[in-house]
Design a binder for this molecule. Sequence first.
Ligand code: FKS
Ligand code: ZN
Length: 342
Amino acid sequence: MQIVYSENHHQHAADVEFFRGSLVSCYENPARADVIASRIREVGLGPLIEPSDFGIAPILRVHDERFVEFLTTAYHEWSKVAGDIDAFPHAWMGRGLGSGQIPIDIHGKLGYYAADAGTPISQGTWPAALLAAQIALTAQSHVWKTGESAFALSRPPGHHAARDVYGGYCFLNQAAIAAQAFLDQGAKKVAIVDVDFHHGNGTQSIFYDRADVLFVSLHGDPDFEYPYFLGHRHETGNGEGAGFNLNVPLSPGTTWDDYQKQLAVGLQRVHDFAPEYLVVSLGVDTFEGDPISQFRFGSHDFVELGQQLSKLGYPTLFIMEGGYAIDELGVNVANVLSGFES
Ligand code: FKS
Ligand code: ZN
């Protein structure tokens, strides 16, 4: 399997995030991608290649131009008033309290574009987010050209980023950008399966009205878990997209045994949809030792997850999303990919 990776993800290195009212070291940190890359090298899963540059156009097929403009300048604007410290919003519009007008002041802009106070913007966040999108596009292009599968080993993650919203450690939605690239290159149907512990609210929102992308997500029930406001079972798509969104919210404590039965239903839906390509939003925060999530997968279960996904038989593009148990992270990700290849 082709693995696309760049060490320049190190540029995105925020200091702290809010956790239960305190500031704690960021869970989404550079060590994550480092340990995944080193485990992949160790088990010889495939060559690690550097990303190519596909420019901004494929990103603007998914994201709003002013939003992208905001991301490119946000840290600079912020540091002029706040100094050399990570940028956080402190004010949101609240339901019914916004006219839609975008504020000029950076604090207003941060509140306008952010979904939460858990996603710091550091000095190198924009270049790293842009690079993550290029990694996804490079891996996508490999799958497109060869029909083989590939893994975009990137961070920051992407599945919480919507057309003009960042949050949940995500800035640009790599899975959505890659799915759209397949369509723009001539594919008719693409399925996205999101196995991260958290609901891929950004991805769902981007494709909610469309029938050319099927979105299937299994995740912690949003009544209790981040992102809280989307990911319920009754959200099945809208207009032409009606029936092309499948959410499977699961209880805290869900084991692989419980999960795989639900996964089989989700993968059957993918099979019925008959896409030409499969994009997997790969989070391994379903692991029992994950510090911010509530499922109970063991490391060996990830091998089976990879096997289940490979049974569908589609050229598959894996995009790295979450997973925070740093000691087992490399093994868990490599297990999915080994299971897929076996
Ligand atoms: C509070 C802890 C919870 C939000 C959790 C974000 C999860 C992100 C993720 C992604 F794949 F995007 F990385 N914060 N500070 O795992 O879904
Ligand atoms: Zn997650």
